[in-house]
Design a protein around this ligand. Sequence first.
Ligand SMILES: NC(=O)c1ccc[n+]([C@@H]2O[C@H](COP(=O)([O-])OP(=O)(O)OC[C@H]3O[C@@H](n4cnc5c(N)ncnc54)[C@H](OP(=O)(O)O)[C@@H]3O)[C@@H](O)[C@H]2O)c1
Length: 241
Amino acid sequence: MTPETIPTSPSSPAANADHPANSLFDLTGKTAIVTGTSRGLGQGFARALAKAGADLVLTSRTRTSLAAFELEIQALGRRALSLELDVRYQHSIDKMVADAESAFGHLDILVNNAGCIGSVTSVAGYAGLTPYGASRGGIRQLTMSLADDWGKHGVTVNCLAPGWFRTEQNKVLYEDREWVEYLRERIPLRRAGEPNDLDGAIVFLASESSRYMTGQTILVDGGISTGAVRALGKPRSSPEV
Ligand SMILES: NC(=O)c1ccc[n+]([C@@H]2O[C@H](COP(=O)([O-])OP(=O)(O)OC[C@H]3O[C@@H](n4cnc5c(N)ncnc54)[C@H](OP(=O)(O)O)[C@@H]3O)[C@@H](O)[C@H]2O)c1
C-alpha cells in the first residue's frame, strides 16, 4: 500500500491547533487523487476519504471500469472524476494530473496505491519474496527521501503499509486453507485484514491530524510485523523479576 505516499497541501486550514477534535479529520473542500480505484484497497481508500469530505479523482488503465464506483462516490455527495492512468508511463501520469487539476483547480492529497507501493514487507523479511521485499524496502526509503526534499514546500510524505489483505491481486493465496490457517496463527489479531481496517489510517494521513508527521511508515497489519513466532514451552503467567 498502499501504500502509499501521501503529500498534503500546506495551505490547509487547520494549521491552527485550536480546532474542535472532529475538524482534525475533516477533508471538506479537499481534492484527493487515489490511483488504482477499479478494485481492491484503492476503492477502500477513496471511499474513506470521500466519507471524510474529499472530492475524488479515480483512476484505472481502463476508464470504463470506474463507472459504478464513480456513481458510488457521487452518491456520498462528493464530486468524482474518472481518468485513465498507467503509472508505467510518464506521459500518462502527466495527462492525468493536468486533467485533474483543470477539473478541480487544486489537488491536495495523493494516494499512490496502483502497482506495488508500501507493505509490511517494507520492514520485514519474507522467505521466497526477496525481490518483492527489496522493492518494498525501497518505497520506505523513497518516502523518507521525498519527505526530506519536499518538507520545505510544506508537503508531507508518509507510507501506509498494510499487512495481509485479501484482494483480487492475491485471492489465489486465500483459496489454500492450510496457508490461511498458517497466516492466522502468525497474526497476533488472528485474522487477515479487511479493506475498511485501513480507513482510520488513510484519513489520518490525509488530514490535518498528521500535519507534523512526515517520512514515516505506518503499519496496519494486525501485528504480524512483531515477528509473531511462538517460543516452545508453557507460557508463564507473569514475567520473572
Ligand atoms: N492486498 C494486500 O494484502 C496488500 C498488502 C500490502 C500492500 N498492498 C498494496 O496495496 C496496493 C493495492 O493492492 P490491491 O491488493 O488492492 O491490488 P489490486 O486488487 O490488484 O488492485 C490494483 C489497482 O491498481 C491498478 N493498477 C494496476 N496496475 C496499474 C498500472 N500499471 N497503472 C495504473 N493502475 C494500475 C488496478 O487498476 P486497473 O487494472 O483497472 O488498471 C487496480 O485498480 C498495491 O500497491 C499493493 O501492492 C496490498
